[in-house]
Design a protein around this ligand. Structure first.
Ligand SMILES: [Cu+2]
Length: 499
């Protein structure tokens, strides 16, 4: 007979648990929390408290309370244009003006009075469904709010855990795809173990009419959303929200806790931090934890908490381990850890440029500037080269290296390449159509495959080609966007895709 210890929790036991240490720190399990039946600690006590909410990636301080209170949460719905990638704008619909919306932190047993305002300049009505609410619609039916209106409803947070909230106004998939989600943490009565740093990150999938990184203001593409064919998969609503100057930070010797949600609307996340192992994962945002985890699955409309101790300095890369989402759709973030090297645990050589490409750079200003200058029709050679360099890193440097030297026997050099010197006009064609078959560069024969990169815009191809021509002793010259467009229409003999 299979005996599941602690599965049958009496109300008495469940009540006893309130205020007592919950999860067994040795095993990550407990005798059962009693769920919602054990989550009502009576009427709110003391003066009402105005919740401290925080914009991503910050997390409000612990409630620090040992009694249930009335907590007032105020949230604004704001529709606004923000960058989704450098040089790419998108009309986001948001809670509190950020994607994800503000992080809410309450304690199990708290009575939450929720105020939702929809800004007068909004075009749409919105509402909120908090997965931490017990009651039909999670608040949605009580919070339908037209532009210029405010609504209010109250709920008791009966279940501890980390929960997604989102807009649930029809078409729901569209409201969520436009960025309407965030996290609410309902602390267990005893609180969570103290850590040195806490951050919050929410993944989301985005669907734009233009291609990935196609410049300008992009519209929502409902067909792509229905097909679940995301153009971007992002942490915190913008490519670069957690890289460069925006990277998360920590120090060797510290313990970090991440609160990670997945707003969706569609894709499930295989959340992983390259170079770290989660010491603990409170999978699905629930009460029990698993230990020593590489990758944790975060469902759309779900969440997880994870903790890890930092031993070695360097760049740790947050990814959705469905990897083309990370490297070709934007699902990348960085945790930058400072401190003493620890060669006994890890010796050596950082690889974040290869992993991150252009996103390892502090900023992509040159690209954004080039994009705006290009639309104004006045791009200088210097701007083209600067923008091309930023794009080269990550697009081409993965194989040809940032130095342009290539890798002996595998990837031919672009630096001082006699092939480029003899065929400078082929550069945009090689970029757009790839290359295969034997090619001799500086006396060495290569016979491999370079993949085509038609996802690059004509501007991007022109800038990368111009950068390559004007760097590492190559012959100079300039490629225009019109030449890139012509190259796109050609069918070169060396192309690596069948035309
Ligand atoms: Cu909405």
């Amino acid at each position: 007979m299979l005996v599941l210890a602690g599965c049958n929790v009496t109300e008495q036991e469940a009540g006893d648990r309130a205020g007592a240490a919950g999860t067994d720190s040795e095993t990550g399990t407990n005798g059962g929390t009693g769920g919602s039946r054990a989550g009502d600690f009576g009427p709110p006590q003391g003066e009402p408290i105005h919740a401290v909410t925080t914009a991503p990636p910050l997390v409000p301080p612990p409630t620090g309370r040992d009694y249930p209170a009335k907590v007032i949460v105020e949230m604004d719905v704001v529709e606004k244009v923000m960058p989704i990638s450098e040089g790419v704008d998108y009309t986001f619909w948001t809670f509190d003006g950020t994607v994800p919306g503000s992080f809410i932190r309450v304690r199990q047993g708290d009575t939450v009075e929720f105020h939702l305002r929809n800004m007068p300049d909004s075009k749409m009505p919105h509402n909120i469904d908090l997965h931490g609410v017990t009651g039909p619609g999670g608040g949605a039916s009580s919070s339908f709010t037209a532009p210029g209106h405010r609504t209010q409803f109250t709920f008791k947070a009966l279940n501890a855990g980390l929960y997604i909230y989102h807009c649930a106004t029809a078409p729901v998939g569209m409201h969520v795809a436009n960025g309407m989600y965030g996290l609410i943490l309902v602390e267990p009565p005893e609180g969570l173990p103290e850590v040195d740093r806490e951050y919050h990150v929410v993944q989301g999938d985005f669907y734009t009419t233009g291609r990935y990184r196609e410049k300008g203001l992009q519209n929502f593409d409902f067909e792509k959303a229905i097909d679940e064919n995301a153009t971007y998969v992002l942490f915190n609503g913008m490519e670069g929200a957690l890289t460069g100057d925006n990277a998360l930070t920590g120090n060797v010797g510290e313990t970090v806790r991440l609160y990670v949600g997945n707003g969706g609307p569609n894709l499930v996340s295989s959340f992983h931090v390259i170079g770290e192992i989660f010491d603990k994962v409170w999978y699905e945002g629930g009460t029990n934890f698993q230990e020593n985890v590489q990758t944790t699955l975060i469902p759309a409309g779900g969440a997880a908490m994870m903790e890890f101790h930092l031993e070695v300095p360097g760049s740790y890369v947050l990814v959705d381990h469905s990897l083309t989402r990370a490297f070709n759709k934007g699902a990348l973030g960085i945790l930058q850890v400072s401190g003493e090297e620890n060669p006994e645990i890890y010796s050596g050589l950082e690889v974040d440029e290869v992993y991150l490409g252009d996103r390892a750079q502090a900023n992509m200003d040159a690209v954004a500037q080039a994009a705006s200058s290009a639309s104004a029709g006045d791009l200088t050679l210097e701007q083209q080269v600067a923008a091309g360099e930023a794009l080269f890193l990550g697009t081409c440097s993965t194989c040809h290296q940032a130095s342009g030297e290539g890798l002996a026997g595998v990837f031919p050099p672009l630096a001082g390449s006699d092939y480029i010197a003899e065929h400078p006009e082929q550069l945009p064609q090689i970029i757009l159509h790839g290359m295969q078959g034997p090619v001799t560069v500086n006396g060495v024969e290569y016979n491999s495959i370079m993949p085509p990169m038609p996802q690059l815009t004509d501007d991007e191809v022109a800038n990368i080609a111009t950068y390559v021509l004007n760097t590492w002793g190559n012959p100079g010259g300039r490629v225009s966007k019109e030449q890139a467009a012509e190259a796109r229409a050609t069918n070169p003999a060396f192309a690596s895709e069948g035309h």
